[in-house]
Design a protein around this ligand. Structure first.
Ligand code: PEP
Ligand code: MG
Length: 692
């Protein structure tokens, strides 16, 4: 028997996704593996058990392995935990600010917006509405809903407590789990089709819960002790759900609803199946519910459900995540008082501020309608004009392109007016797998993305992983400072076969569209020379023509050497997320630094300025593909600094284009000059706000 202590580095602790990866990794080994945390010790091959440990960021776990492959198991698990268990530790997911718990009067004062929700653009913030009776809760999904309230309640499922024949009950449970699995697979397919983000993972996790060995074992034990299938299953689920709900960590506690959701799905199947959600009236409503499950939420018709307010739940719960993805205004954690609200009563729900105004007076209604119409009109106008170019008032064009990770996003980007892809994060193809994708697999994806872009330029960034992003099949030696270690191009140059395969796939696909290739984390000139040489060798092998090659400016050294690089590269793309981290020496994943690690810091702006000037002097161009490209305060500065291309997430494209159209380049240049002369990011912000 061997034991090993490890620290969990994930910003949100050992939550659903890393727990799933951890368990999947543990399951590869024959050894019996247990995880200890505090006074608890659980089976490492059960997602549920691992989740109930409630390990938070920086928490220590001990892994105990006992069996023929115990050494290997510990080594692989160590590597997996240290590299983030599938979480992208580099994208700066600070843990969401903890929302205040509901107060005893059932009301909650305004809580901070969830970290996982996109920050609302400055110009679009909605003022709080006044009115007679206001329920306050945690804002969960932006937007305003005006309509009658409707209490949303599931019909009670009656379950017999005991049953005579355990064997019959076990087989009933088996069948109900199978039926629930088929249903869930259907939901998963529907979610994948309708929502473009990672929301489908919620239902993948539900499938895991359904098949968890410990949960089933507990239910079977209950049945063997004389309980009915339904009672035995519910007791097993409830025991896990209440343990989860009691966890200190808000994100993990919010997962209790997922267990109950899966539990109820099986209970419904046991009681003869049927409709997942309760009937709704035939008109539009604002729903009032205790806590909508993810299954309830995904089944809502946004045309009919104008918004919802729940008694419990947090901003990080899956219900809130789904509401944001579906565009349904929502607030959560309002407390039990909301059950006293009557069906049919008119209300205004403001998902930006987390307020529900009951029976609003004429004035409040008119104000809410005005804001709602303004929101809708602006969004509609921005979307309608999304395919028009982004040209400033004084005729200067800025290209607005998309940051994407897969073919689906490449297609969606077209509808949102992307003029190409400014950053294809190819690492998404390599993550969450047991081995690297083959050249042919990669070729097909790159080809499909190029085809989806119908001749528009696509900038593929070569594999950007390293000590901070996990690739289970690519163990990296332990590093004291992974962000300063084998990352991005450094790692690829240290494992040239990986880069060669990717470059072959990219170059083969290049005949299907307008491919550009760029290298991440270039620091020294030698990095660039080695990467460029490899491309030339492969072009020779494949007898392919040249493609445009660029580098990311993410490290101050690259910005400082920009004049030298500009002589050789075709373009620069500034990764402001990393450039900020490295310029300010502030780890982008450290929540304690998230406010100060601000890309608007004049030091970062000054490096952007230097890069743009160097590229233009050499007749080349510069794009920005970090988060700053869609920041409404940063956009005028970037345009003023002469940035030629802004690359941002797909949904942000219409608004960025619209903002560029409101600017005059001359004003933006003046603004940029003033921003460069500021001493702090706060001053930069104030300057922009006062001049726009
Ligand atoms: C960046 O660093 O700004 C960037 C776009 O790359 P990533 O966020 O993927 O590191
Ligand atoms: Mg980066």
């Amino acid at each position: 028997m061997k034991e090993l202590d490890l620290i969990v580095p994930n910003p949100t602790g050992l939550h659903a996704r890393p727990a799933k990866v951890f368990v999947k990794t543990a399951k590869q080994f024959k050894a019996d593996i247990r995880v200890k945390h505090g006074s608890k010790k659980v089976n490492a091959k059960s997602v549920i058990s691992v989740l109930t440990l409630g390990v938070e960021m920086g928490g220590t776990i001990s892994i105990v392995a006992d069996g023929p492959d115990e050494d290997e198991a510990l080594a692989v698990l160590k590597d997996a935990v240290e590299t983030g268990l599938g979480d992208d530790l580099s994208v700066g997911h600070a843990p969401a600010p903890k929302p205040e718990k509901a107060k005893t009067n059932g009301q909650v004062d305004a809580a901070p917006a969830p970290a996982s929700a996109p920050p609302p653009p400055v110009a679009k913030q909605t003022p709080a509405l006044s009115g007679d009776k206001i329920v306050r809760a945690i804002p969960a999904a932006a937007g305003i809903a005006i309509g009658p309230l409707h209490q949303f309640k599931h019909a009670e499922i009656t379950i017999e407590e005991t049953a005579a024949d355990p064997e019959t009950e076990k087989s009933r449970l088996e069948k109900a789990i199978d039926a629930a699995r088929t249903e869930l697979e259907g939901v998963l397919e529907q979610v994948k089709k309708q929502l473009s983000g990672s929301e489908s993972e919620i239902f993948e996790a539900h499938l895991e819960i359904l098949d968890d060995p410990e949960l089933k074992e507990a239910a079977v034990d209950n049945i063997n002790n004389g309980q009915s299938a339904g009672h035995g299953w519910q007791a097993a689920v409830e025991s896990v759900a209440s343990t989860m709900a009691a966890l200190k960590d808000e994100t993990l506690a919010a997962r209790a609803v997922d267990f109950r959701d899966v539990g109820n799905r099986v209970l419904r199947a046991l009681s003869g199946g049927g409709q997942a959600g309760p009937e709704l009236p035939d008109h539009s409503v604002i729903l009032i519910a205790n806590d909508l499950t993810p299954s309830d939420t995904v089944a809502l018709n946004p045309g009919q459900v104008l918004g919802f307010c729940t008694a419990i739940g947090g901003a990080n719960g899956h219900t809130a995540i789904l509401a944001r993805a579906m565009g349904i205004p929502a607030m959560v954690g309002a407390g039990e008082d909301i059950f006293n609200l009557e069906n049919g009563v008119m209300a205004i729900l403001n998902g930006d501020t987390g307020t529900l105004t009951i029976s609003p007076d004429e004035e409040a209604l008119a104000k809410a309608k005005g804001i709602q119409e303004e929101h809708e009109a602006r969004n509609a106008a921005e979307l309608a004009a999304a395919k028009e170019p982004a040209i400033t008032k004084d005729d200067h064009r800025v290209e607005v392109v998309a940051n994407i990770g897969d073919v689906k996003e490449a297609r969606k980007a077209m509808d949102f007016g992307a003029e190409g892809v400014g950053l294809l994060r190819t690492e998404f193809l390599f993550l969450e797998r047991d081995k690297a994708p083959t050249e042919d697999e990669q070729f097909e994806v790159y080809r499909d993305i190029l085809l989806a872009q119908e001749g528009q330029p696509v900038i593929a960034r070569t594999l950007d992983v390293g000590g901070d992003k996990p690739l289970a099949y690519l163990p990296v030696d332990e590093e004291e400072n992974p962000f300063l270690g084998q990352r991005g191009i450094r790692l690829c140059l240290a494992r040239p076969e990986l880069l060669r395969t990717q470059l072959r796939a990219l170059l083969r696909a290049s005949s299907y569209g307008r491919l550009r290739i760029m290298f991440p984390m270039i620091t020294t000139f030698e990095d660039w020379t080695a990467a460029k040489r490899m491309v030339a060798e492969i072009q020779n092998e494949l007898r392919m023509g040249p493609v445009e090659l660029g580098i990311m400016i993410e490290v101050p050294a690259a910005a400082l050497l920009a004049p030298a690089f500009a002589r050789e590269v075709d373009f620069f793309s500034i990764g402001t997320n990393d450039l900020t981290q490295y310029t300010l020496a502030m780890d982008r994943t450290n929540p304690a630094l998230s406010e100060q690690a601000d890309g608007l810091n004049p030091a970062v702006l000054s490096l952007i300025d230097r890069t743009v000037k160097a590229s233009h002097s050499a007749g080349k161009w510069t794009g920005v593909c970090g988060e700053l490209a869609a920041n409404p305060i940063a956009v005028p500065i970037l345009v003023g600094l002469g940035v030629d291309e802004l690359s941002c997430s797909v949904p942000a494209i219409p608004a960025v284009k619209a903002q560029v159209r409101t600017l005059a380049r001359s004003t933006a240049e003046h603004l940029a000059a003033q921003a460069l002369a500021c001493a702090t990011a706060t001053e930069v912000r104030r300057t922009v706000e006062s001049l726009l």
